[in-house]
Design a binder for this molecule. Structure first.
Ligand SMILES: [Zn+2]
Ligand SMILES: [Zn+2]
Length: 174
């Protein structure tokens, strides 16, 4: 268990990462094996969290994600490289705030947005809109339609800045 939740950029790997029944290709273990498909790399099928922590495999971080960091990028990029991928198509689109990668805190449905917006005395749809990242927001015609689609064809991936506490949502529609 100690290995599971120690990631700087991923809050709850056990709950939010994708695991496979396939044996770890490095040690043969069947325990806590990350699903290789989300690495988007031909050479990875299954890697257990232990081997992953020992850096037997890492995630390729594309240039445009690397360039989001201005100060001391190498250290942060290395950290992200050895963070389990988020199970989605554009998993590498890690959000940045305060010149560091944000912490991925999980998939939210309407329920979570309502709960947190109530705590902050805000309208939930307005709250949701404020959290959307720029690229997602550009694609939105009607925020109410996107809101109603949460939990159906749209998934909301939520990130939180460890420094200032800002939250950002990336939506993926299928
Ligand atoms: Zn292993
Ligand atoms: Zn921040």
């Amino acid at each position: 268990m100690e290995i599971i939740n120690k990631y700087k950029y991923f809050y709850n790997v056990k709950k939010e990462a994708a695991f496979t029944e396939n044996k770890c290709q490095f040690c043969g273990s069947k325990e806590d094996c990350l699903e290789g498909i989300y690495f988007n790399q031909d050479n990875i099928d299954s890697v257990c969290l232990r081997c992953f922590a020992e850096k037997k495999a890492g995630v390729d971080i594309p240039d445009y994600i690397q360039k989001r960091i201005k100060y001391d990028p190498n250290k942060k990029i290395q950290e992200l490289k050895y963070t389990p991928p988020i199970p989605w198509v554009q998993y590498n689109d890690w959000q940045v705030c305060c010149d560091d990668y944000m912490k991925y805190i999980g998939e939210w449905e309407q329920e979570e947005f309502i709960k947190v917006s109530e705590n902050e005395s805000k309208n939930e749809i307005e709250f949701f809109r404020e959290m959307l990242n720029g690229d997602t927001l550009k694609k939105v015609d009607d925020i109410n339609v996107l809101w109603e689609d949460l939990g159906y064809d749209t998934v909301a991936y939520v990130f939180k800045c460890s420094i200032c506490g800002k939250r950002t949502v990336v939506c993926q529609s299928y």
